[in-house]
Design a binder for this molecule. Structure first.
Ligand code: C2E
Ligand code: CA
Ligand code: CA
Length: 512
């Protein structure tokens, strides 16, 4: 309390005691009790005010945090967590008569757009996609074809729509509209992007099913979308029994592969490759088999893609390469047959690994294998999204002395004039062209085209999948260099391969 008074005598330095006998407020005297009472009221008001202010700040901060953690910052749509919370909420609030529909949307070729036009263009494509889907969903709601929609972006180019009570008969219509809308050209800056498409996976669940979770629904939608991609992209697929069985099989394969990797339950087969004129053995293609009993009947054509999807392919490729190098070293195959070439299939994922050439070089040195005797096969279809860094990896592999082959050639989308950019030595004409090859058929035209382009770029050619004498004769006439197929030999165990005429190895190493 600060007291001021002009009538106060000038204080000398010392101690003073001030006693208040009475106080007045606006002319009315206030007694001691009232003073305490008013002070108490004042304290109460200030305390309540401060507490309330603190609570409001806390609530609004929480709201902001919640919004941020549930929202995608680029499109302002919900994110995965936001969608999950939304689903839990409708599951709580809605009745068991309600049905929820999930549409899983993945843009096709988005990586290519990002790579060729830059990330800013990529971002505006995502924002435009978000606008287009939102517009369609709002229309759907306005027409009372569905209710309470929620839209989210769950990662890069993947969007998810949750719709309540969407009529089943309308889903094909809505899905087609989404596909059409996404395919409309997008203008970003002074560029027009015309090659954007999407693949959709659709799934539904009644809310009577109390055990269904958002992750279950998402997994079903994802599986159906994956099926749509595999069926040629730019389309929608429903989650059904067929998709479910595929998922179960994939899960089984991935678990077994993991186990097989830990227990080394793999073996290699060798498919002889012959010079087409002399039919002398020119080398072999190494083919992987999984020896785990539960993988009976499941070959690499099925399990390699699962290994890629579940992140095991690099480990598998490495195992194969090391095993091949070990066998070559211990048998002296390449020293005894200097012109032989052993072809090893590698996943296209290796092209994304800038360390892969170094790993190869180190292994070749460790096992004293000459790179010239190894040919690495990469499937042509996987070169669609190839970029400069992938080409660099291929060039470095080749600079080490390894040879490169484009496998299953003719099935991909490589424009023939693009081939020039790929540092490869050999084209392997896909089995599907050889299978039904006879003079004058459309496959013969394709084979002619491949052989002529190979000739002008000086690539060696291999025809794979030769099953008849006629096919062999025709390919010989057309001037293909090498040949492999069941007509000449099926894939062989190592012990049988080294018994073929003309295959020389060190004595005592045939059982490697
Ligand atoms: P690919 O590289 O095109 O291998 C040729 C496939 O065609 C082999 O099947 C082979 O057995 C089969 N084949 C060859 N000639 C004939 C024929 O005349 N008739 C018929 N009906 N089939 C023939 P396989 O061993 O099942 O391999 C399938 C695919 O799995 C391979 O296709 C390759 O892409 C992949 N693969 C195989 N081994 C490996 C591996 O070690 N690593 C990687 N990354 N992929 C592998
Ligand atoms: Ca191959
Ligand atoms: Ca092939």
């Amino acid at each position: 309390i600060e007291l001021t008074s002009h009538e106060f005598p000038l204080p000398k330095i010392g101690e003073y005691r001030i006693t208040l006998h009475s106080m007045e407020f606006k002319g009315r005297s206030i007694d001691e009790f009232s003073l305490v009472w008013w002070l108490f009221i004042l304290w109460l008001i200030v305390s309540v005010y401060l507490l309330n202010r603190q609570r409001l700040v806390y609530i609004s901060r929480n709201e902001v945090l919640k919004q941020v953690s549930n929202q995608d910052s680029l499109t302002q749509l919900l994110n995965r967590r936001g969608l999950g919370e939304y689903f839990s909420q409708i599951k709580k609030e809605k009745t068991s008569d309600d049905v929820v529909t999930l549409i899983y949307l993945d843009l096709d070729n988005f990586k290519r757009i990002n790579d060729s036009y830059g990330h800013l263009a990529g971002d505006s494509v995502l924002i435009e996609t978000c606008k287009r889907i939102t517009h369609l969903v709002n229309e759907c709601q306005k027409n009372k074809d569905c209710s309470e929609p929620a839209i989210g972006r769950i990662s890069g180019d993947e969007f998810v729509l949750l719709l309540l009570n969407c009529k089943v008969r309308l889903i094909p219509d809505l899905s087609s509209k989404i596909l059409e809308k996404i395919a409309e050209p997008i203008k970003t800056g002074n560029r027009l992007i015309c090659d954007l498409n999407a693949s959709l996976g659709v799934t539904q669940s009644s809310l009577a099913n109390k055990s269904i979770t958002f992750s279950d629904l998402l997994e079903q939608g994802d599986a159906a979308m994956y099926f749509a991609k595999q069926s040629g992209k730019n389309q929608y697929k429903f989650f059904d029994r067929q998709v479910q069985e595929k998922i179960m099989l994939k899960r089984k394969i991935s678990t077994t592969l993991r186990y097989a990797l830990n227990t080394h339950a793999f073996t290699l087969m060798y498919m002889p490759i012959y010079h087409i004129e002399s039919l002398e053995v020119a080398g072999a293609e190494v083919l992987l088999r999984c020896t785990d009993p539960s993988m009976e009947g499941i070959g690499p054509d099925q399990f390699i893609s699962v290994a890629e999807e579940f992140g095991m392919i690099k480990e598998i490729d490495l195992w194969v390469i090391e095993e091949v190098f070990r066998i070559i070293q211990s048998s002296g195959l390449c020293e005894s047959n200097p012109d032989f070439r052993i072809s090893v299939n590698i996943s296209a994922e290796e092209m994304n690994d800038i360390h892969f050439p170094d790993v190869l070089a180190k292994l070749a040195q460790q096992y004293a294998v000459s790179p010239a005797c190894i040919e690495l096969e990469i499937t042509e279809t996987r070169l669609v999204d190839i970029d400069a860094s992938n080409i660099d990896v291929l060039q470095r592999i080749r600079a080490l002395g390894f040879r490169l082959a484009l496998d299953d050639f003719g099935t991909g989308y490589t424009a023939f004039n693009q081939l020039y950019h790929y540092p490869v030595d050999q084209l392997k004409i896909d089995r599907s062209f050889i299978n039904e090859l006879h003079a004058g058929c459309k496959h013969a035209v394709m084979v002619d085209a491949i052989l002529s382009i190979a000739n002008s770029y000086q690539y060696e050619t291999v025809a794979e999948g030769v099953e008849t004498q006629d096919q062999l004769t025709l390919l010989r006439e057309k001037g293909c260099d090498l040949v492999q197929g069941y007509f000449l030999s099926k894939p062989l165990k190592w012990v049988h391969f080294v018994e073929l005429p003309g295959v020389k190895i060190y004595e005592s190493s045939s059982s490697a």
